[in-house]
Design a protein around this ligand. Structure first.
Ligand SMILES: N[C@@H](CCOP(=O)(O)O)C(=O)O
Length: 501
């Protein structure tokens, strides 16, 4: 549909204008800095930043119902720049002109309801939001679309050139960074730092395939992150981790989509996300707060942040009920099947502390909860979900395990409706499924397979057949007939099939 065919009152809002006045604000000293320079930490005190729109109040002048129509009508447009996360342009990057927006198919990921079996097992109605169906197969594409669109805008405006984008990664961020940077060739090149042997083969293949410079570093993600921070402080590089506040803006699209997916009715809703570097839960809280402040939603959903007990520094911080006594202690992580979240010192921790407090205060009571789950629970829930028609990754399993535990702890009510984040595609973490099926987990994971969740292929090679087909060496007609009949008979016997004759 063309803009002129939409209702008159919506036409004026349909194509967003370059607007807003964005600034970086320091979460430590409160100083404000211009966005014309790429900043990751406050030049004054070194604390992390968030981006605020000084003209945000103009968005409140549009009634909530009108915003619903704007976003709903934008769904029907065929303008690529507005097909992804920038459907919510006014909230994500109002300073970015539409011709600088990079769209690779990110966002608007499916929301798939758990079937009857799963809902009964979980104890409440829930949906998976499949962020593995983003272009690089994880939610990081939301943040990269935002960060790289902004960098593209700076390049197009002549403010920067020959950008070397760099990140540390447990595997998803690097795939997304390399993909978006490759699209913006030759202006942007990328380099990614990965902890050696701590990303899956699929994740290692992604930045290599996109042409990034890939560096494997001894240690864990937290060590890589320190190197990237050092590089960003001392060299001319663009840091693409979620320390870069533009990433957070893009990842807020997750909340906007959940709101739109549920017709902006967030009462009795629960949004469950795993926590690693903590950029995601930061963005989720920030996004819902912005929609609430502008009247687009009239209730704040509960937000549940889930961590594995092998990497749960955020959960441990919130174990202390008295906010004045809480102290954040980075932890040494142990091997985890939720490998992308194997992070002991999340860079966004100060943002989580700030936004969780604001979220609960705005809601008038506790709406943000933190849960820790075992490696066993993560694997069991992931495999159970996938046996019931989902494509959840281990982090999806972690989220679902967290939801079930939150229900038991009374944070969630059985009549609530939950949206569970599967942050990446199951295929990225297929190796953990294989370890489960083969009972080959190293002892430090603490995972023992449940026989009913184990699966393995059966080789059908009837012993009495002298010859079977081989590539490039087909059987003669008689041998082939025999082969088909014998293999069919064995499959039928194994599956106890009833004969039609
Ligand atoms: N899980 C992440 C770790 C880095 O997170 P980021 O959001 O700060 O980039 C990954 O996939 O690398």
């Amino acid at each position: 549909m063309k803009p002129e065919h939409f209702p008159k009152e919506i036409q004026a809002h349909l194509i967003p204008e370059q607007n807003g006045k964005l600034i970086y604000r320091c979460l430590g000293c409160g100083a404000e800095h211009s966005i014309e320079k790429l900043l990751y930490t406050c030049p004054g005190c070194g604390a992390v930043l968030l981006i605020y729109d000084e003209n945000f109040d103009r968005l409140k002048e549009i009634p909530g119902e009108t915003w619903h129509q704007i976003f709903d009508y934008r769904k029907m447009l065929t303008i690529p720049a507005l097909k992804g996360i920038y459907r919510y342009h006014e909230f994500i990057g109002p300073v970015i002109p539409t011709d600088a927006i990079v769209y690779l198919g990110e966002g608007h990921t499916p929301v798939v309801e758990g079937n009857g079996i799963m809902q009964e097992k979980a104890g409440l109605r829930f949906y998976f939001k499949n962020d593995g169906q983003n272009p690089s197969a994880s939610f990081k594409d939301r943040g990269m679309a935002s960060a790289l669109s902004y960098i593209n805008y700076l390049v197009k405006s002549g403010m920067i050139s020959d950008v070397l984008a760099i990140c540390a990664s447990t595997g998803d961020t690097s795939a997304a960074a390399a993909l978006y940077a490759a699209y913006l060739k030759p202006h942007i090149k990328s380099a990614v730092l990965l902890p050696h042997k701590k990303v899956t083969p699929q994740q290692l293949g992604q930045p290599l395939g996109s042409g990034a410079s890939v560096f494997e570093i001894p240690g864990v993600f937290d060590d890589c992150m320190k190197v990237v921070e050092h590089l960003a402080d001392n060299y001319n590089v663009a840091l693409l981790n979620s320390k870069n506040a533009w990433r957070i803006l893009g990842q807020e699209s997750y909340s906007y989509e959940v709101a739109q997916d549920f017709e902006y009715d967030m009462a009795d809703k629960v949004v469950v996300v795993p926590i690693g570097n903590a950029g995601n839960i930061t963005a989720v809280m920030s996004g819902f707060l912005k929609f609430y402040e502008t009247g687009i939603i009239s209730a704040l959903p509960k937000v549940i942040g889930v961590q594995s007990e092998h990497a749960n520094p955020v959960y441990k911080y919130y174990l202390e009920p008295d906010p004045a006594k809480r102290e954040f202690v980075p932890m040494t992580v142990s091997p985890s099947v939720a490998q992308a979240a194997m992070i002991g010192n999340p860079v966004s921790m100060p943002r989580v502390i700030r936004l969780a407090e604001q979220y609960n205060r705005t809601a008038g009571g506790q709406r943000v909860f933190f849960i820790s789950v075992t490696e066993q629970e993560i694997m069991d829930w992931e495999l159970t979900a996938n046996r019931n028609g989902h494509i959840a990754c281990t982090h999806g399993g972690e989220s679902l395990a967290g939801l079930v535990r939150a229900l038991k702890l009374g944070y969630v009510d059985k009549d609530d409706v939950a949206v569970v984040d599967s942050t990446a595609h199951a295929l990225k973490f297929a190796g953990f499924q294989q370890m489960y099926f083969e009972n080959s987990f190293p002892p430090e994971f603490g995972v023992t397979p449940k026989p009913e969740l184990v699966n393995a292929p059966t080789l059908m090679r009837p012993a009495d057949l002298e010859r079977v087909p081989e590539p490039g060496n087909p059987l003669g007609e008689a041998d082939f007939k025999k082969f088909v009949r014998r293999v069919s008979d064995e499959i039928a016997a194994t599956l106890k099939l009833t004969s039609l004759k």
